[in-house]
Design a protein around this ligand. Structure first.
Ligand code: NDP
Length: 307
């Protein structure tokens, strides 16, 4: 999808092409509509077979009162309603004990109505996050952050994989971007984004380079990319001169900056420069961001079908 190539006339009166914007909001909406239809069909099939009438279920655990986390959880729950997934919201006080959180996760693991468990991060400092996440049944781990699912991704076995990297791959698929034999450069090596997206690109036969804060001559490595994925967390770091003409650029970064005293969200890529060089670019906001929740819903439905 995406806007058609826009043409503009530059100062020298030459016709210059601008990159098309990859519209993550529209792709996320399309994913949700497809899911809604599939969920409806699946539930109806169950009704007909009397094999069980339940809908897919997602349990969301929120500890404390962090306003940003509350907003994310609200958004996830309303997205569940949109597609026909039942959500179970568990709110725990900020001073809850480690044992209480763990006991809740154990109960959710055993609950037949729950296909996916999402523990909203960050957890309060006194809670051992790793310990909690490692307790989630890997087959209900819809955030895909457990060691089991990261391992499955690494060795090419089916599993539940991290939502933002899945969102990146869905955008590339939707846009019809050929990956086989192409050079994909991923800037960032976190377990949340950089590493999993690199493994997913590799699984699609791209030749993948992963960069990080110690990479030598990062601009030159980026310039060799047919597909460039930025997941760094540094506002406007990747300049137009770092991008190969015609490359596809996916900007995962979300950075809050001040412009004229007002807060603004920008990515890791300097968008205004990138559109002059690339063939397709994701904006921030409205690019990868909306895809993350869509893929969380998709993971929940995948888990439901498998169970
Ligand atoms: P992390 O901080 O965990 O990882 C950042 C990575 O960038 C690290 O691997 C780090 O290298 C690398 N890095 C830092 N500085 C440089 C530099 N100057 N040059 C090259 N590499 C550098 O971040 P995340 O992966 O969690 O997130 C990355 C961005 O994506 C953030 O802006 C985050 O907000 C956003 N994000 C967006 C989501 C969405 O839904 N759109 C979801 C998740 C994240 P090193 O390993 O050497 O330290």
């Amino acid at each position: 999808m995406g806007e058609s190539m826009t043409e503009c006339v530059d100062d020298a009166n030459k016709v210059k092409s601008k990159a098309s914007k990859i519209d993550g909001k529209a792709v996320a909406q399309a994913v949700k509509e497809r899911l809604k239809e599939e969920i409806q069909a699946q539930v109806q099939a169950h009704d007909n077979l009397s094999a069980g009438k339940r809908r897919p279920g997602l349990a969301v655990v929120l500890v404390g009162e962090d306003p940003a986390s509350q907003t994310y959880v609200k958004n996830k729950i309303s997205s569940c309603e949109e597609v026909g997934i039942v959500s179970f919201h568990h709110r725990l006080a900020a001073d809850v004990s480690q044992l209480e959180v763990q006991n809740l996760v154990r109960r959710l693991n055993a609950d037949e109505a729950v296909d996916g468990i999402l523990v909203q991060l960050p957890l309060p400092a006194h809670i051992d996050t790793r310990e909690v996440l490692s307790l989630i049944d890997p087959d209900k781990d819809v955030d895909g952050l457990s060691a089991v699912n990261q391992g499955r991704l690494a060795i090419g076995e089916p599993g539940l994989f991290p939502c933002t990297p899945l969102g990146v791959m869905e955008l590339l698929r939707y846009e019809g971007v050929e990956l086989k034999g192409k050079h994909a450069v991923v800037v960032g090596r976190s377990a949340l984004v950089g590493k999993p997206v690199a493994l997913m690109l590799l699984a699609k036969d791209a030749t993948v380079t992963v960069c990080h804060s110690r990479t030598s001559d990062l601009p030159a490595v980026c310039r060799s990319a047919d597909v460039l994925v930025a997941a760094v967390g540094r506002a406007n770091m990747i300049k137009g001169s770092w991008i190969k003409p015609g490359a596809v650029v996916i900007d995962v970064g979300i950075n809050r900056i001040e412009v004229n005293g007002k807060g603004k969200l920008v990515g890791d890529v300097d968008y205004n420069e990138a559109v002059e060089v690339a063939s397709k670019v994701t904006p921030v906001p409205g690019g990868v961001g909306p895809m993350t929740v869509a893929m969380l819903l998709s993971n929940t439905f995948t888990s439901y079908k498998r169970r």
